[in-house]
Design a protein around this ligand. Structure first.
Ligand SMILES: Nc1ncnc2c1ncn2[C@@H]1O[C@H](COP(=O)(O)OP(=O)(O)OP(=O)(O)O)[C@@H](O)[C@H]1O
Length: 330
């Protein structure tokens, strides 16, 4: 569905060249749900803008839904839907009229535009709001209208740039419910950008971690976490001496790594921590070192990012704080 080779984009800004995207090689299959995850300025939006023909590449090639973004941009545009950051319908128009106008812009007949508008209002649970002006919608309703607008021409591929930015947890969940239903029922391929870790983790089947214009990791959230981060084991010991002995014992085990102690607490990182924890506890017991507490935590995509870059996504650059409600909100 998407194939790029060496896709690059640079900008000239204040006498300097900013390499926003550096040699992107992508192969995304039809029916995927893919997240571009990275901190502010990583190059996510620039990548999406090239794939959606809004921005010409500096070099490289990109074929989207079978059409070249440079030589056949209109072929691409007719097959994709696109939700940009903050773009929206005009605020003085009525919701239903906006959708009908959008259908007409895509060349649908008046009758077909009307029917499609009704269908989308129902699908995105906006039916009671058809006569309301766009400016009177809540943030979540407006985002759903944006999605409906992007779907008027029944695209096979939907690009969403920060689809839930600025929404409250409930609205974020509702937006995702609708997007993923489309994916399930129509097989629409979804490509979205986010800097919400939980959103990428929960919603995408494939996450491409982008940093400084390059893809630095690519895989399912589970695989990225298992391969690049590992589980975290935290042991509480009675005193510092026990903690130091526990550190030495943990370091002697073949599959654990990143063993550190802070006061009486010992932290260990290990793939398959659920299997490693009993091994570690037995080794401590055999040496007469008592663990008072033991905690196992699954890694997050932030641990993946930290492992790859030495920075956390949460702290990185000026990335906004992750929402307080994690799972419901993502
Ligand atoms: N029109 C432009 N002119 C100059 N520099 C630009 C332009 N657009 C983007 N950039 C720069 O390119 C880099 C990548 O920006 P981009 O918007 O793609 O990042 P992003 O990962 O989408 O970030 P965010 O999460 O903040 O949207 C940044 O350094 C940005 O300042």
């Amino acid at each position: 569905m998407i194939h790029t080779r060496g896709l690059t984009r640079s900008f000239r800004a204040q006498g300097e060249t900013v390499e926003a995207v550096r040699g992107l090689d992508l192969d995304i299959e039809a029916g995927s749900v893919v997240a571009f995850l990275g901190p502010n300025g990583a190059g996510k939006t620039t990548s999406l803008r090239m794939l959606t023909t809004l921005l010409p590449p500096t070099s490289g090639t990109a074929a989207v839904a079978g059409h070249d973004v440079v030589t056949d941009p209109s072929g691409v545009r007719h097959r994709i839907g696109c939700l940009g950051q903050g773009n929206s319908a005009g605020s003085n128009f009525r919701v239903g009229d906006e959708l009908i106008t959008q259908g007409r812009a895509y060349g649908l007949s008046r009758a077909k535009s009307r029917a499609r508008a009704e269908q989308l209002l129902t699908a995105l649970e906006l039916e009671g709001l058809a006569k309301r002006t766009v400016g009177a919608l809540s943030g979540g309703q407006r985002r759903r209208l944006d999605i409906a607008m992007a779907l008027v021409h029944e695209p096979e591929l939907l690009f969403l740039d920060e689809p839930t930015a600025g929404l409250d947890p409930h609205s974020r969940a509702t937006v995702w419910e609708h997007v993923l239903r489309l994916h399930r029922e129509l097989g629409t391929t979804i490509v979205f950008t986010t800097h919400y870790l939980e959103e990428a983790d929960l919603r995408a089947r494939r996450v491409m971690v982008i940093d400084h214009g390059r893809v630095i990791a690519d895989g399912s959230p589970e695989k990225l976490k298992a391969d690049l981060a590992g589980d975290r084991i935290t042991l509480g010991t009675a005193d510092r001496a026990d903690a130091e002995r526990a550190v030495a014992l943990a370091r002697a085990l073949p599959t654990v790594h990143e063993v550190t102690a802070e006061g009486t607490e010992v932290r260990v990182r290990a793939p398959h921590g659920d299997a490693q924890l009993p091994v570690l506890l037995r080794s401590l017991e055999a040496a007469g070192v008592r663990a008072l507490t033991a905690r196992l935590a699954r890694p997050t995509l932030d641990d993946v990012f930290l492992g790859l870059t030495g920075r956390t996504l949460r702290e990185s650059a000026d990335a906004p704080a992750a929402p307080a409600t994690t799972h419901e909100g993502a």
